[in-house]
Design a protein around this ligand. Structure first.
Ligand SMILES: Nc1nc2c(ncn2[C@@H]2O[C@H](COP(=O)(O)OP(=O)(O)OP(=O)(O)O)[C@@H](O)[C@H]2O)c(=O)[nH]1
Ligand SMILES: [Mg+2]
Length: 198
């Protein structure tokens, strides 16, 4: 499903058994911005992010950042394999493939009023992919990130909670292109994964 070169990269990293964390959400919600912001915290910066293409769904782009949690100042979490999915609505099969083997998901929701329907659609899709892959909680950790909160049309977090977080799961707010809330989101997810193991 993923082009051979990308598949090799993913397989090689899988041998070291990093935890896979998938940044999932609708188009332009800020998934790539999250990864780039995390990469800027590393010495090599954004060059650490690999830009890959799926070989289905028209070769939609996605990204991979391989790093150690310690490099980000996060303790005791070990190697990480941070992946974005393509947000293009029609790229559902690629998103499903990229979820395989995930330890956790950050759902990057777009706070803008006009994107709430896209958020709901992709959150529902995520739920059905996870059920299909047998990855329902507690097998997988999930954090909702309300991104783009700087937009003048951003909905209040309370409204987003009622639309997207009816079960009061873990959630954060962010302005990912400025790096705000990005590390806190990852930390929240990794802490939840660690406490689940204890
Ligand atoms: N103002 C603002 N812009 C943002 C924020 N997060 C991301 N952006 C910008 O929004 C645009 C889209 O962000 P991306 O990170 O590429 O979105 P994506 O979710 O990866 O999109 P796809 O890969 O197409 O699904 C970019 O120009 C980002 O810089 C935010 O919190 N506030
Ligand atoms: Mg992207």
């Amino acid at each position: 499903m993923i082009e051979p070169r990308s598949q090799n990269i993913i397989s090689n990293i899988a041998m070291a058994q990093p935890r896979r964390v998938v940044f999932y959400g609708p188009g332009l919600s800020g998934k790539t911005a999250n990864l780039l912001a995390l990469a800027r915290m590393l010495p090599e910066g954004e060059e650490r992010v690999r830009h890959l293409k799926a070989d289905i769904d028209g070769g939609v782009p996605f990204e991979l950042l391989s790093c150690d949690a310690e490099e980000l100042g996060l303790t005791a979490a070990g190697p990480l394999h941070l992946l974005t999915v393509p947000g293009l609505y029609l790229a559902s099969r690629s998103r499903r493939t990229l979820l395989k083997g995930a330890a956790g998901v950050v759902f990057v929701a777009d706070s803008r009023r006009e994107r709430i329907d896209a958020d709901v659609l992709l959150l529902d899709e995520l739920g059905s992919h996870l059920v299909g892959l047998g990855l329902v909680p507690p097998k997988i950790g999930l954090v909702l990130q309300y991104n783009r909160t700087d937009d003048r049309d951003a909905l209040a977090a309370s409204r987003l909670d009622s639309e997207l977080n009816r079960h009061s799961g873990l959630r954060t707010t962010a302005v990912a292109n400025r790096g705000e809330g990005v590390l806190d989101t990852l930390r929240l997810l990794l802490d939840a994964l660690s406490s689940r193991r204890d």
